[in-house]
Design a protein around this ligand. Sequence first.
Ligand code: GTR
Length: 325
Amino acid sequence: MDDLKGIAGPLPHVFVPGTTADQWRTKRRPELLKQFTGLMYGEAPPAEAPKATVVNEKPMDGFLLRNIRLHTGILGPVALQLTLPLKQSKPVPTFLALNFTGNESLHSGPTAWSFAEAARRGFAIATVCYEELAADRKESPLYESKYRAVSLWAWGFSRMVDWALTVPELDSKKLIALGHSRLGKATLLAGARDERLAAVIPHQSGTGGAAPSRGTIGESVQRINTVFPHWFNDAYKKFNERTADLPFDQHCLLACVAPRPILLSNAQEDTWANYDGQFSLLDAALPTWKLLGGDEKLVQKFMRPGKHALTPEDWTAFLAFAEKL
Ligand code: GTR
């Protein structure tokens, strides 16, 4: 594994040869998740029973929009926006997504999402603005605690799952986590930790997401830990200049998603996110899908021309992937 594209190998093993599916589930996967918590992402708060109140609901052009106040417990209440098909005869598959710019901003302009198209194809989209969960500022008093931002955002996904499981219109077996960039990092971590997420789309997630800590292209661990010291824990900073000593790389986190479907999506000009390294790691994690009997056709890579962004073309790819679930 020394010559993987975008990675300074060798990579640590995901599991030793001879490991059984049962040993993976009961021993190796929990051990890896514990290492990721201890050496990189930090803890997540305990879960609390979800409480939600519907604020209002209105038909829009091509979908139904419902605003909800979701009480997450320790991080307080957040505004959750749910869009649904106008008519539905059965519970619908649902994207659970964090957004950067606020729920309102997703309806027009460059940050617009494809709500009507998703609804037409029978999907719901539930979204929360990430900073409502945890501020993205290193100065936030939140980070004087043991918690760090990516882990808190990932925890937010799980609170959305708690809530989604209480909504009869949503298909509890088809909850799909989606996030872009730093939220793609949180998406992958949430998908690895929370098996109730049926599929995961870490979009252009880069370093600290699906890209290798041992990367040779794009953002280094040292740089991400310096510019965003509140994203990962203090232990991860000790590896700034010696990533080869990490007992894992991100293929081990990808493997924790198996046997569930995953789509790694990237953009040609987004070399900062080391898509070569990400795709190499997905290949390195694939034996876990084989071990668990997962559907390898649903371990997918998507690449489009252009820059770091979440575009309508990306939504088309997400929907095509989700339709196969
Ligand atoms: C960049 C950061 C990346 C990525 C991106 C984003 O500045 O270096 O890791 O997360 O921000 O979230 O858009």
